[in-house]
Design a protein around this ligand. Structure first.
Ligand code: SAH
Length: 219
């Protein structure tokens, strides 16, 4: 069961979470405002109501998790999203990250390989607030060739290698943020920029620990 009531208590906890994420080093005010706006407890079962504003990942079913708020803020800040940019997200999960991107007024295309999670989001009333999110059931390694190219691509699962088809779906000057490495270890947060000549430059940031980016769909 989920509950869709945003009380003063929830708002207060969310403000504290936003302050914490800021203390941990997130400086982009638009990202902090988005964290302070999106009611994270709506994305979790009401059993998690008490803890929804702790800076932790939580289970959302089929062995998947909603990412830690700090991680969501970190990836979003690196992606540097501008209004109306086309952003492809791999790994919809709870759609919390998708909503943060939507708050930044991106045109969000989000792909999930778990049919059950995809179906859950179709029934998720709050998400109707964001007509700028389009949901897809598919394999993120394939991307969305029909909707390419994208200004930005965000992978929210541990990618053992840079998915070549996703690089092809980036605009010249476009950026991709991904946790790069085997899911059994730590992953290095990596930002790729596709240059005008088609080559790619790479920057490396902190280590994180994500669930696995798996091949294929799971019906
Ligand atoms: N962005 C999510 C984080 C979910 S965890 C959130 O805010 O809640 C990572 C998600 O990636 C999981 O839901 C998992 O099922 C999904 N995933 C893993 N491999 C994938 C792939 N190849 N294509 C699409 N989604 C994938």
């Amino acid at each position: 069961m989920r509950m869709y009531e945003d009380t003063y208590r929830h708002k207060g906890l969310r403000r504290k979470l936003t302050d914490l994420v800021k203390e941990k080093g997130i400086t982009d005010q638009r990202v902090l405002d988005a964290i302070n706006t999106v009611p994270r407890h709506f994305f979790l079962d009401s059993a998690f109501d008490e803890v929804a504003y702790e800076d932790r990942a939580f289970p959302i079913g089929v062995e998947q998790t909603i990412s830690q708020p700090y991680t969501v803020a970190y990836q979003t800040q690196l992606l540097d999203v501008k209004p109306f940019e086309k952003v492809l997200e791999i790994g919809t999960g709870s759609a919390y990250q998708s909503s943060i991107l939507a708050e930044l007024r991106a045109q969000v295309y989000t792909v999930e390989r778990q049919k059950q999670l995809f179906e859950n989001n179709k029934k998720f009333a709050y998400i109707k607030k964001y007509p700028n999110i389009k949901f897809f059931y598919g394999d993120g390694y394939e991307g969305l060739p029909t909707y390419a190219p994208f200004d930005k691509i965000l992978i929210t699962a541990a990618a053992p290698f840079i998915p070549p088809k996703l690089v092809e779906q980036l605009k010249p000057g476009g950026k991709m943020v991904l946790p790069l490495g085997e899911y059994t270890g730590v992953q290095v947060m990596t930002r790729l920029t596709r240059l005008k000549d088609g080559s790619v430059s790479e920057e490396q940031f902190d280590n994180f620990s994500f669930v696995e980016m798996k091949e294929g769909k799971n019906p």
